[in-house]
Design a protein around this ligand. Structure first.
Ligand code: ATP
Ligand code: MG
Length: 388
C-alpha cells in the first residue's frame, strides 16, 4: 500500500519556482511523518508517494496529511508493476472488494513511454472487470471510479480521493508574526496565512491580572492546534500588565484601545526582527468591532512600516466562525476570557481616531521604556507538530 499525494494545482503553475515549492512540500511532509514508520518518501512526476510499512498506522498518517498546506488531495493506493496484465488484475481485485453496480475507469498516464494510451487502458481494464464480475461500465452514472495512474516505475490504483488543505507549502513565501488574542478571529487569520505558504510565529499580549490562568491555557491550546499545520510553532507570551497600567494612568479611556494596539505592533517589531520575520498577521475584520473601522485601522497600522496582513478583512463573522469550527479552534476561542484589548477601555471607544491626536497622547508615554519592559517580561514556548 502506498499513499499518493497530489499537490495543489497552484504549485503546479509556479513556473521556475516549482522545484522549490515541490521540495518544500516534500520536506514538510517528511518532518510531519517522521515519527511514523514508513519505508520511502519520494517525488514522482507531479506527485509525492509514501511507501508504507505493512503495519502502518493508517489513521495517524492520514490525519497528519490532512493538516499539511500544499496538498490538494491524497489517496491510499494499491501499486503494481507497469504491465497491463498486472494492472487489470489489481483493478479487478479492487472492484471485487467494493463490488459496485456500475463503475468506470479513469487513467492518467504521466509516463508516456507506457505502450498503451489512457483511453486504451480504460477500455481494456473496464472490459476485463465486466467480463469477470458482470458489473456495468457507466461513464456518466457510476457508483465507483477506479483511478489508474501510470507513473515512472509503477502503476497506482485507487478509488477514493481525500481532500487536502490546498494552498502552498509552509515556508515558501516567508515568515510572519501572528498577533494572537484569545478570540475567534486571530487563529483563523494565522491559518489563512499558513496556507499561503508563510511560517508563523505567535505573539500574545497577556494581562496577568485578568483570569490569568484561563487565558494562558487558552493561548496554549490555540497554539497547539495551530502547530498541527507547521512543523514547529513558537509562541511569545508577553506580559502586558505594567504597560497597560501605564496607559490607563496617562490616556483617557476612549483612546486606550487604539494605543494598546499601536504598542502591540511597536513591541511586535522587536520580535519580528529577532525572528527575521517580514510582517504581521492580525484577525481584523472590517467594522467588526470599534478598533476595526477604516479610520482606526489606518491609525493603528501607521505605527509600523512592516506589512500587516489581515486576511479576514472582508470576511463575515459567520464564515469566520465556520472556519474556526473546521480547524478546531472555535470551542477554545469561545471560552470566557477578558481580552486585554478590552481592559479598562471606554464603553464606547472612538470609531474615528485622528493620528495627530493619538500621537500627541503618546507623547505622555515613554514608549522606549515600555518596549524594554516587554522585552524583559515574556515567556517563550515551542510546539513541535502536534497532529499525531
Ligand atoms: P479576535 O477574535 O482575534 O480577538 P477581535 O474581533 O476580538 O479579534 P480585536 O480585539 O480588536 O478584535 O483585535 C483585533 C486583532 O488584534 C486580533 O485579531 C489580534 O490579531 C490582535 N490582538 C488583539 N488583542 C491581542 C492580544 N492580546 N495579543 C495579541 N494580539 C492581539
Ligand atoms: Mg479580541
Amino acid at each position: 500500500m502506498e499513499i499518493l499525494i497530489h499537490y495543489a494545482g497552484e504549485i503546479g503553475i509556479k513556473g521556475k519556482n516549482r522545484p522549490l515549492f515541490e521540495k518544500k512540500l516534500l520536506d514538510n511532509i517528511r518532518s510531519s511523518i517522521r515519527k511514523i514508520g514508513y519505508n520511502k518518501l519520494k517525488k514522482t512526476y507531479r506527485r509525492i508517494s509514501i511507501e508504507l510499512k505493512s503495519d502502518y498506522e493508517k489513521d495517524k498518517i492520514l490525519n497528519l496529511l490532512s493538516c499539511i498546506p500544499g496538498i490538494a488531495y491524497y489517496c491510499l493506493a494499491e501499486t503494481c508493476p507497469l504491465n497491463i496484465e498486472e494492472i487489470k488484475n489489481t483493478a479487478l481485485n479492487l472492484a471485487k472488494k467494493l463490488n459496485p453496480k456500475t463503475f468506470c475507469i479513469s487513467t492518467n498516464r504521466s509516463n508516456k513511454n507506457f505502450n498503451l494510451q489512457s483511453g486504451e487502458i480504460n477500455e481494456t481494464v473496464g472490459k476485463y472487470i465486466t467480463e469477470n464480475l458482470k458489473n456495468k461500465v457507466d461513464l456518466e452514472h457510476h457508483d465507483l471510479v477506479i483511478f489508474i495512474e501510470i507513473a515512472e516505475d509503477k502503476a497506482y490504483l485507487y478509488t477514493k480521493k481525500i481532500k487536502g488543505l490546498g494552498g502552498l507549502p509552509v515556508g515558501v513565501t516567508g515568515k510572519l508574526i501572528a498577533l494572537i488574542s484569545g478570540g475567534i478571529d486571530s487563529p483563523v487569520a494565522a491559518l489563512r496565512m499558513l496556507k499561503r505558504g508563510c511560517s508563523i510565529v505567535l505573539l500574545h499580549f497577556h494581562n496577568y491580572s485578568q483570569h490569568s490562568q484561563n487565558v494562558k491555557n487558552k493561548i496554549l491550546d490555540l497554539s497547539k492546534i495551530l502547530s498541527k499545520f507547521q512543523f514547529k510553532t513558537k509562541l511569545y507570551n508577553i506580559d502586558f500588565k505594567l504597560i497597560q497600567q501605564e496607559i490607563v494612568k496617562k490616556i483617557p479611556s476612549e483612546f486606550r484601545m487604539i494605543i494598546y494596539r499601536r504598542l502591540m505592533f511597536k513591541i511586535g517589531e522587536e520580535f519580528l526582527k529577532k525572528e527575521l520575520a517580514s510582517g504581521f498577521v492580525t484577525g481584523d475584520s472590517l467594522a467588526q468591532v470599534a478598533s476595526q473601522t477604516i479610520e482606526n485601522l489606518q491609525v493603528i497600522n501607521e505605527i509600523t512600516k512592516f506589512p500587516i496582513f489581515s486576511p479576514l478583512i472582508g470576511s463575515d463573522k459567520l464564515d469566520i466562525i465556520k472556519e474556526a469550527k473546521e480547524i478546531g479552534t472555535y470551542d477554545i476561542s469561545v471560552l470566557p476570557y477578558e481580552d486585554c484589548c478590552s481592559y479598562l477601555v471606554a464603553q464606547h471607544p472612538i470609531t474615528k481616531s485622528n493620528l495627530e491626536e493619538i500621537k500627541k497622547l503618546e507623547e505622555k508615554l515613554n514608549i522606549n521604556e515600555l518596549i524594554q519592559l516587554a522585552l524583559k517580561n515574556y515567556e517563550y514556548k515551542e510546539f513541535i507538530n502536534l497532529s499525531n
